[in-house]
Design a protein around this ligand. Sequence first.
Ligand SMILES: [Zn+2]
Length: 666
Amino acid sequence: MKRLPFRQVHLDFHTSGLIEGIGEDFDKKEFQRALKNGRVESITLFSKCHHGWSYHPSKANRIHPHLNFDLLGQQLEACNELGVRAPVYISAGIDEKEAVAHPEWLLRNADESTEWVPDFTGAPGFHILCFNTSYMPVLLAQIHEVMELYHPEEIFLDIASVKPCLCAACRAEMLALGDDPRDTDAVTHQAERVFTRYAQSVREAVRAHSENCAIFHNGGHITRGRRDLAAWDSHFELESLPTGGWGYNHFPMSAAYVAGLGKEYLGMTGKFHTTWGEFGGFKHPNALRYETGLSLAFGAKCSIGDQLHPRGAMNPDTYALIGAAYAEVEEKEPYCEDAELLYDVGILGQEAVSGGASDRDMSFDGDTGANRIMLEGGYLYRFLDLESDFAACKLIILPDTIRMTEELASRLRDYMAAGGELLATGKSGMAIDSDMFLLPLGAKAAGQAQSIPSYLLPGFALTTGNSPHVMYEPCEIIEPAGGKVFARCADSYFNRDTYRFCSHLHTPNKPGNGRPAACFTSNAAYIGWQVFTDYAKKGSLHCKELVIYAVDSLLAGSKTATASLPDRGVFTVTRQASKNRYVMHLLFAHTTLRGAFRYTGQEKLVEVIEDIVPLYDTRLQLRTDKYVRRVYLAPQIEELGFAVKDGLCTFTVPRWKCHQMIVVEL
Ligand SMILES: [Zn+2]
């Protein structure tokens, strides 16, 4: 397969049938000028939108009622002349004209309500269809037609993921198979059956016309732990609009997982102030510079979402905005092609072990907290699943809720016996059916603290001192069995309720030395609190420092690389093996919470990047036993002085901003 281009645009074109004059301002030269100004190498164009209309003459679908020429064909011709790649978009899970004509094709929740959007006014918007209905042959005919007419290099199918459904067809199938539609696990199995049939038949439809056309099914999230679902995709487009409800931490978390799946991936952001469909919404150019830099830093190619005006003219301001970011990407590409994202720490989190087909709105607080602490602590990390090679990690983190099957415990014991290090917190490391540790953590479980919240009595120095620090999540008490205790848990006087409370929040710590709650062995640490969940929900500094103390103690002397950065800084290291060099990435932008909007029934916060503030004297270290030939800033090609001692190459970047690469050539 050809390599994916670095600079892509996803050009939404969901256009109401009530709007006239569709495509009337389309002008091939103008369209091409926009692509050139935007330095765009690939643009995803619409065959069919969420409203259900096609943007080309069609026998398998209905052309938009106010379009009277082959808009897609002309857009493709314009791209072809420039050598711009053009994946074709087909809305799979949403086709609003069919939803209205065939309410029996709608996806139904257990209470028979329909899915997707209460829009921002609170009124219903698009509806999701079920692939287990007679909609499926309609969709397949549309795919066949697009393949025949346009021979695209990629088909992008949107709103395509495992979605539990209890429509008449799904209920009937479950009952016929002897499954109980009241059983949520059985409903999930049904949804997976339906998705698998959908993906299989889409693949057959595409392959009937092309051996190598790429296929991507977009569900807004690549579920950790479900390689069987990811296997349907030729590559991954990580939809993650930081201001559209995903936030700035979602993309790193997503990329830190798919980097281990052996396929290419894109980071997909948007040009909007908020999210998809925001006509007239623009983010600051610095935000796009940062977001595309973030994609590169995590080994991804870039994609920026835009929406075309119904009249078909590209917005010149948008392509100036995109061009500003993509001019920088273009210069950075030589340092990012075939770059492997390095890691010391592997996180085996709840989403990956739960085995479910999660969507982006599902929250796994332990995973979220671990991701944030890894980012803010400047660690090199990946998210793992049960198929990952544990031996490739220096340290594995089991956040908060990772209970052990005998099989998993045995793999982790082997990993530890071979010298691998492990940090477990909360219930992690305990058996599925009892609070007994199945891993050698140097401690026995001794019940749960009655107090919630309880208090951390640290056996090490926190930034804020050594006094009792409040911990909001439950805590497991331990009895040391060879391990060295580094934190104790103090109860409060009593838990707060209606008849017994103290002050505005919780009761203070009861005096005393508390009980053991965290310990070390030579290659493991255990922390009794569900500290990652606590950090995800509340973000207290001492929670982060408790984890960092444990991780740094374990990784002492073995980290691949470090950088001195503020909490909002991002640090990654990639290796370009063919060029025999490391590329270190520094990113920094401060974000401001600026507003909120409602989307798919949920409140989403808008976190804005405007100003780029330089950072000074960032000190980096890279561990290498090879001879270091050169260290320089890229893409500027400015040499940096460096020193090598005891296998550590050390250097300082005097001043940098937004996204800076440093190349270490061996
Ligand atoms: Zn159904």
